[in-house]
Ligand binder design. Structure first.
Ligand SMILES: Nc1ncnc2c1ncn2[C@@H]1O[C@H](COP(=O)(O)OP(=O)(O)O[C@H]2O[C@H](CO)[C@@H](O)[C@H](O)[C@H]2O)[C@@H](O)[C@H]1O
Length: 486
């Protein structure tokens, strides 16, 4: 079975968030299930820089008014097809915004091109390459199912995966005439959304199957509270919507071998964590290493509940805890954490920006990671936390609720607790969860048991890769190992 994965970011070529981790790990985990997955990704500067020895498989004379070509290559263990179109993708900044933080005004075109190329590849644009499934991730890939639905008859099937329903890829209707879609595609059953165009809704409407990244979030988004206006669509096709839990790349995230750690460790040699805790304290210029050290590794946004945490920081410090924050995002939240740093020097510190290696060190050295999200399709940092003995303190929401078992008396007695899960999601509940963590931490034996259990829990892709393989098999009517060309 050949599957084309379509993603605007894929680790380790380009990453701004969790989507890249998933797009990067899925192909490798599917191999043993008889699925060959190639990934289509735009040729941003960081992608082009890593590309060597690729071969041009198609010249694209007119890619929405600009020239481009498709380069197939094997890079960093991934089979990729890169859209080399400098006029669209050769820009500074991250994939979506300019260095000064504004969305690129032609994002509609940059990601229409991604969807269009994906659809054309699915429909046989390159000789000898005939994927049976085009698997689209998030709004940036959302037009591909529409191009396939409204294109020439074809057998290729489509899956749309929602990693974040909040980002809809919404543009004004004036772009429609340039999208290369027939007039009737601008309708409720197509790309139209509240008078404009939503690339995500388009994918959710036109794909053969819709998935999201945890079972709990798949249920939540069918309700008005979490559906963000798309619950009607999801309920209307409920028998073709499912939640498949994310896993993590257990090779890239392995505390026994991780080069970003000051000292590697396993569930049986957890004393090694102390050296990492010292390294984190040094890096963030904290006073000493006593007491529980909490961390945050996140976009600093309302989604992630960072405003709630800010209100609990004073309490965290009063309880004898310290907090290190790695992330950037909304200005008022960055300012808020900087203000807390000034107020509690040596006890609270923030590193603004993106630092993959530091995120590994923090997971390997901090005692707990706080994730007070308002909604969370799956969440990966709690999975990294489990794997690294950094106990997750999470809101009872989305995939966080699916992956962390709260240390309540029954779970402690049954020896199944792996973290702290709180609700409702309020500043007070965040504070209470921190208080509970501090209390549990003071019982060294119990805390270590919780850490060790987390480290031993299965956060790999194994189970979920099998579910994706089954899904591809069921929508195509093929078994994973079948290749209709042979
Ligand atoms: N400043 C920083 N420096 C270094 N690394 C940083 C960082 N800030 C964040 N990261 C990393 O970026 C990733 C974030 O992944 P998440 O799943 O937590 O959230 P995100 O909202 O991006 O993903 C969306 O897609 C994923 C994948 O499906 C879902 O799990 C999630 O719920 C959904 O919101 C993690 O690998 C984390 O370590």
């Amino acid at each position: 079975m050949e599957v084309l994965s379509v993603a605007s970011e894929v680790y380790p070529l380009i990453k701004t968030g969790g989507l890249a981790d998933v797009a990067g790990a899925l192909p490798g985990s599917l191999t043993s299930h008889g699925v060959t997955m190639r990934t289509l990704v735009p040729g941003y500067p960081s992608v082009m820089a890593k590309l060597s020895g690729g071969r041009v498989v198609k010249e694209l004379g007119d890619l929405f008014g600009v020239p481009g070509k498709l380069i197939a290559a094997r890079v960093e263990g991934l089979d990729v097809i890169v859209i080399d179109a400098p006029a669209l993708y050769d820009r500074p900044g991250n994939p979506y915004v300019s260095p000064d933080g504004w969305d690129w005004p032609d994002n509609w075109k940059r990601f229409a091109a991604l969807g269009w190329v994906a659809a054309e590849l699915g429909m046989g644009m390159v000789d000898g390459y005939h994927p049976q499934v085009v698997h689209c991730h998030d709004w940036q890939a959302g037009l591909a199912p529409a191009y396939i639905k409204y294109g020439p008859a074809s057998h290729v099937k489509t899956v749309m995966t929602i990693h974040n329903l909040a980002f809809k890829g919404f543009f004004g209707s004036e772009i429609f005439s340039q999208l290369r879609l027939p007039p009737h595609a601008f309708g409720v059953g197509g790309v139209e959304y509240y008078g404009g165009i939503s690339y995500l809704k388009s994918g959710m409407e036109c794909a053969d199957y819709v998935t999201t990244v945890s079972p709990n979030y798949a249920d939540e988004i069918r309700t008005p509270e979490f559906g963000m206006g798309l619950e009607g669509l999801l309920n209307g096709r409920a028998d073709t919507v499912t939640g498949i839990l994310n896993g993590i790349d257990t090779d890239a995230w392995d505390p026994a071998t991780d080069k970003a750690l000051a000292k590697t460790f396993t569930a049986n040699t957890m004393q090694g964590r102390a050296a990492n805790k010292r390294a984190v304290a040094e890096k963030f210029e904290l006073d000493g290493t006593d007491g529980p050290l909490f961390c945050v590794i996140s976009r600093l946004t309302d989604q992630k509940g960072m405003d709630l945490l800010l209100q609990a920081v004073g309490g965290l410090v009063d309880l004898g805890g310290r907090l290190v924050v790695l992330g950037s995002g909304e200005g008022y939240l960055e300012d808020g954490f900087r203000h807390m740093t000034a107020r509690h020097p040596g006890k609270v510190a923030i590193s603004n920006g993106y630092d993959e290696a530091l995120s590994h060190l923090m997971q390997g050295g901090c005692d707990a990671i706080i994730i007070p999200s308002r909604f969370e399709p799956c969440g990966l940092t709690q999975l990294y936390g489990l794997r690294y003995g950094c106990v997750p303190v999470v809101s009872r929401i989305g995939g966080l609720a699916d992956t962390v078992i709260d240390a309540n008396p029954a779970a402690i007695a049954a020896e199944v607790a792996t973290g702290i899960v709180f609700d409702p999601n309020s500043a007070h509940a965040v504070y209470e969860a921190i208080r509970k963590a501090v209390r549990l931490y003071s019982d060294d034996k119990l805390w270590k048991k919780i850490q060790r259990r987390g480290m031993k829990s299965d956060v790999s892709w194994e189970t979920s890769a099998a579910r994706y393989a089954d899904l591809y098999a069921s929508i195509t009517g093929l078994k994973s190992n079948d290749d209709p060309d042979n």
